[in-house]
Design a protein around this ligand. Structure first.
Ligand code: ADP
Ligand code: MG
Length: 265
């Protein structure tokens, strides 16, 4: 019993999300071609890249909204169990999928608020019906999160009565009210006019400063540079370049990233 004599060093915290060699195809179209990615606890990882490079697909795979054909996905160190292989591969365990998905809240470009519910009802819905938390406790949390994103006075309004920026902030409050382990954002500011974009950027920055774990797909390079600990540049389903934002934006190493950055500037 002397094999374990090496000092393992300080324990590395288990990442919230870890993806290894992920392959994803739609029929014959291979969209992700072996992607490795880690979202450590308390870190913000941004995904950038041209339209069609696979950013949304990667986010949806991380959230188990999509099947994938090969590779591993781990949530807090727990590997997703699969059955079948190739295009027939699916997560094997429905309860595991639900557990992982309810711990990863997603914010979409198009807000996706329920139009027939008030803002407060929108924020309360999933914690009450999906998680089964007590209504009074959820209402208190919902009001707190709506105040936090600056729309505490809009609880009784309907989505159509809010600006796009307010609707997106309501969607962020809704995601927070699930008390997720990580927040996943898919282009949260791209449907907004520039002046409304900033109010959402400010909320995302504040969440980053709080030490929330986030995976952020964005076309907004300024926001990515400001909030990220790590930036991943996807090109045609592969990670072309990645690193800390200073290096990625300040000293890009590949022609493709240089071209991408000059096209988006
Ligand atoms: P991005 O978010 O970087 O713009 P996506 O992940 O949305 O890219 O898409 C990557 C590629 O996958 C694109 O070629 C897109 O047309 C294709 N794609 C995305 N979703 C589907 C789908 N449900 N069925 C077939 N092809 C899809
Ligand atoms: Mg997309």
């Amino acid at each position: 019993m002397t094999a374990q004599t090496r000092d393992p060093g300080p324990a590395r915290p288990v990442p919230v999300i870890e993806i290894r060699n992920l392959h994803k195809s739609y029929g014959n179209l291979e969209v992700l071609k072996g992607v490795d990615m880690v979202a450590p606890k308390g870190h913000v990882v941004s995904l950038i890249g041209s339209s069609g490079s696979g950013k949304s697909t990667l986010l949806r795979c991380a959230n188990l909204l999509e099947d994938s054909q090969d590779g591993e996905i781990l949530f807090e160190g727990e590997a997703v169990r699969w059955r079948g292989e190739g295009l027939a591969r699916h997560p094997a365990d429905k309860a595991q999928v639900i557990r992982i998905r309810t711990n990863l809240s997603m914010v979409f470009q198009q807000f996706n608020l329920w139009s027939h519910m008030t803002i407060l009802q929108n924020v309360m819905e999933a914690p009450v019906t999906v998680l089964g938390r007590p209504r009074a406790e959820v209402e208190e949390a919902a009001r707190r999160y709506l105040a936090k994103v600056g729309i505490g006075d809009k609880c009784d309004a309907y989505p159509a009565q809010l600006s796009g920026g307010q609707q997106q902030r309501a969607a962020i409050a809704r995601a927070l009210c699930m008390e997720p382990r990580a927040l996943l954002f898919d282009e949260p500011t791209s449907a907004l006019d520039p002046e409304l974009e900033q109010e959402v950027v400010r909320v995302i920055k504040a969440l980053a400063e709080e030490g929330r774990t986030m995976l952020l797909v964005t076309h907004d390079m300024r926001m990515a540079a400001d909030v990220s600990d790590h930036v991943i540049f996807l090109h045609q389903g592969r990670i072309e370049e990645e690193g800390p934002p200073d290096r990625l934006f300040g000293a890009p190493q590949t022609d493709r990233l240089r071209q991408f950055l000059s096209a988006t500037a």
